[in-house]
Design a protein around this ligand. Structure first.
Ligand code: UDP
Length: 347
């Protein structure tokens, strides 16, 4: 494959680049570097040479996207480029829609403008379990058929773009230029490349596992649990944590197996839920440290409990996660944080 990876300098996108390059593919990463990092681009460039290129551009920059597709003869787009904080999306919804929806539309227009719109015939989209919101009774674990009723602008931005992609794929089919479309609804992605090269480094950091890493390293004085009065076993939110390399494996399988003219959605999560408290206990075990935890109020936009029913992805893509033990997942994150205490910035 010859793959355009949008958001390629971000946490998940960079892991996708690495896996695709290891498999022998040609990869062009596009990233605005708003939240992505130049450092992993350099690391991948050094390892994989001219099979890898980095383009510093926004995903909504039509000329750059069309230019990259044409210059590198690309046939596949893996679209990771987005902003992805639930709380932030509640505070600034229009910004979320502009980045996650409008820029995505521009990217599709850029695909159409390249090589008579025939070049790219495979699109893999990073969607989210946030499109489900709070599933109705009987729908946890969550199957793909669960009603999609997001509880945040972030979740809606991902759902809107799923609809846009389905309409785009229909149009491409009726134009005789069919695409293979996979919409992968991620549960909570965590952990790091087990080769120790790539990791998770966000500014600001809001995700549970990296925040807990920073607390365990003493790099923040304390951390908060957002909500201890949820109707769950221990009162804290429940999520499904999937290792980033297992997540990327799902992309590779989707790219291999979905044929032209076919549009499919798959949930990607291990099929088990962990509460916030269980994650913090795991971080304590793995790091061998304790840290101050404040029991704070609920965070706007958070769903109560979400974990995957992996039946469809197992059956149709033959996917199953290698890492299912929470301590094993947390260990991969911990190893990178210990080796890179200041993240990519000072390495
Ligand atoms: N969370 C928390 N404290 C933090 C960060 C997150 O209690 O400092 C909770 C959050 O409310 C949610 C879960 O951990 O219930 C996972 O949040 P995260 O931001 O990692 O991912 P999300 O589920 O929002 O995609």
């Amino acid at each position: 494959m010859r793959v355009l990876v949008t958001g390629g300098a971000g946490y998940i996108g960079s892991h996708a680049c690495q896996r695709l390059l290891r498999d022998g593919h040609h990869v062009v990463a596009v990233d605005s570097l708003f939240r992505g990092h130049r450092a992993p681009m350099g690391l991948l460039g050094a390892e994989f040479g001219d099979r890898f290129a980095f383009v510093h551009a926004d995903v909504g920059d039509r000329a750059s996207i069309t230019g990259a597709i044409d210059a590198h003869d690309l046939d596949t787009v893996m679209h990771f480029g987005a902003i992805a904080y639930v709380g932030e999306s509640v505070d600034d919804p229009l910004w979320y829609y502009r980045n996650n929806v409008s820029a995505g539309i521009a990217m599709l227009e850029a695909i159409d403008a390249s090589r008579d719109g025939r070049g790219v015939d495979r699109v893999i989209f990073s969607s989210s379990c946030a499109t489900y919101g709070d599933p109705p009774e009987g729908m946890i674990p969550v199957p793909e058929t669960c009603p999609q009723r997001p509880t945040s602008p972030y979740g809606f931005s991902k759902l809107h773009f799923e609809h846009i992609l389905l309409d785009y794929a229909n149009k491409r089919r009726s134009d005789g230029k069919p695409i293979a479309l996979a919409m992968l609804r991620y549960f909570n992605v965590a952990g790091s490349d087990r080769g120790g090269v790539l990791g998770e480094d966000h500014t600001p950091e809001t995700h549970l596992v990296p925040v807990a890493m920073q607390a365990a390293q003493g790099r923040r004085a304390s951390m908060s649990i957002f909500g201890t009065d949820y109707p769950t076993e221990d009162g804290t939110c429940v999520r499904d944590y999937v290792h980033v390399e297992d997540l990327i494996e799902a992309h590779v399988r989707a790219a291999d197996r979905i044929g032209p003219g076919v549009s499919e959605a798959y949930n990607v999560g291990i099929g088990a839920g962990y509460s916030v408290r269980q994650i913090l206990d795991s971080v304590r075990r793995v790091s061998g440290t304790d840290f101050e935890v404040i029991e704070a109020g609920r965070r706007a936009g958070d769903a109560i409990a979400l974990y995957n029913d992996p039946t469809k992805i197992k059956r149709e893509l033959g996917w199953s996660p290698e890492i299912t033990e929470i301590d094993e997942l947390v260990s991969t994150a911990w190893d990178w944080f210990q080796a890179n205490p200041d993240g990519y910035a000072k390495g």
